[in-house]
Design a protein around this ligand. Structure first.
Ligand code: GLA
Length: 390
């Protein structure tokens, strides 16, 4: 296995003998529909990918935790000591992993010694495919398997989110970590974030494929813009709660929202709440459509999701809007939209098998012509969640 050899030689270069190391994998994810609904008590519909992050790990005898990423070797080895983790400190990319160690220690899990960890991954970073959730859940899986932590994969997802929220300062919801921890080959996860109830739904399309296109654009201040959206949604909710007994925007139907939106003071927050309510309902409808093999309707709901993310939630950007418009014009495209947190990143599209070649050619050439940027296209292969590879 080529990846394993790469990890072994990287491990030996930085940490010495790789005898006794163990190998772990944690996927990335793509969300099919249900965007910015997860911190609003709504539904999401993501799936784990076969692309992901790998780690080769060996326990140490002391309390040091050492990390090296073979994708960023120039950054060298980084790390921290077990009893000195502090959310107020900055740890760079290792913070996502250290935050999980910190969260699990705080919850009472015993991690008695440190470890050396060499990582490599093939999820494009900053593309909205959850490279950070992937490494968080990777760390949780290492602790579960190597330190005998009696912890469920759902709890590992929660520790990943806690790491990101409280250790790394990004106020994300639970979708990414949940999808990465609980992924299942050929299935998407229909998750109700209000209570974490979920069901798997097969995504085996007869005549079409799920295609991911990387715009190769990542706008700065993504985390702070994300946190702003989250705050605006909460403000809208608080206004609505003055008269309505609801726990989240996901509790409302479209009609209930329209009848009460005048309670929301700030017009920007009205738009944010509108997106959250309608997107949640779209997600429920889309999963029903998929179950009925009504892929055309699924596609229409994806298109409407994009328009809402662009106009009401305002988390798209000109380059990704261009990309989606190019995709919409291709006759074999059943639906297309921005996926993930936004402000750049990837689109997800459902494309008829007979149009895949045309899709690739047209998207790459038109996008280059319009923006000067080379996009990259991947066929989504839906895989299993995080695990040890034996
Ligand atoms: C990011 C966050 C998720 C979710 C999406 C938007 O990926 O990590 O929790 O909010 O954005 O749907």
């Amino acid at each position: 296995m080529e990846i394993k050899e790469r990890l072994i030689s990287g491990f030996e270069k930085y940490f010495g003998s790789a005898d006794g190391t163990r190998l772990f994998f944690s996927p990335g994810r793509v969300n099919l529909i249900g965007e910015h609904t997860d911190y609003n008590g709504g539904h999401v519909f993501p799936c784990a990918l076969t692309m992901g992050s790998y780690a080769l790990v060996k326990k140490r005898e002391d309390k040091a935790m050492h990390f090296v990423s073979l994708n960023f070797e120039k950054a060298g080895v980084t790390g921290a000591f077990l009893d000195e983790l502090d959310p107020a400190k900055k740890y760079g990319w290792a913070g996502y992993l250290l935050g999980v160690v910190w969260a699990m220690q705080k919850a009472g899990y015993k991690i008695d010694t440190g470890f050396d960890l060499a990582m490599w991954g093939n999820i494009p970073s900053g593309a909205g495919l959850s490279s950070s959730a992937s490494i968080e859940v990777l760390m949780g899986t290492v602790i579960k398997e190597m330190y005998g932590a009696d912890v469920s994969m759902i709890d590992i997802a929660k520790f990943g989110q806690k790491s990101e929220n409280e250790f790394c300062g990004m106020n994300c919801g639970i979708m990414d970590q949940f999808a990465v921890a609980m992924g299942k080959k050929d299935n998407a996860i229909f998750l109700d974030t209000a209570d974490l109830s979920f069901e798997y739904a097969p995504v085996v399309l007869k005549d079409a494929k799920v295609m991911i296109t990387n715009s190769h654009v990542k706008h700065s201040l993504v985390d702070s813009a994300y946190n702003d959206r989250r705050r605006e949604s909460s403000e809208a909710l608080a206004d609505l709660q003055k008269e309505l007994e609801i726990n989240g925007l996901g509790d409302l139907t479209e009609d209930e929202f329209e009848a009460h939106k005048n309670l929301i003071g700030n017009p920007v927050c009205v738009k944010r709440a509108k997106h959250a309510v309608y997107e949640n309902q779209r997600t429920v409808k889309a999963v029903a459509a998929l179950k009925n093999n009504d892929i055309e309707n699924f596609g229409k709901l994806m298109n409407a999701s994009h328009v809402s993310l662009r106009d009401d939630y305002e988390v798209s950007c000109p380059e990704v809007d261009k990309l989606v418009e190019i995709e919409w014009k291709i006759p074999g495209v059943i639906g297309a939209r921005i996926t993930g947190g936004g402000f750049g990143g990837c689109t997800v599209a459902i494309v008829k098998n007979s149009s895949i070649d045309e899709f690739k050619e047209t998207v790459l050439s038109e996008y280059k012509k319009e923006t000067g940027i080379d996009a990259e296209i991947y066929e989504a292969e839906i895989g299993d969640g995080a695990r040890e590879l034996k």
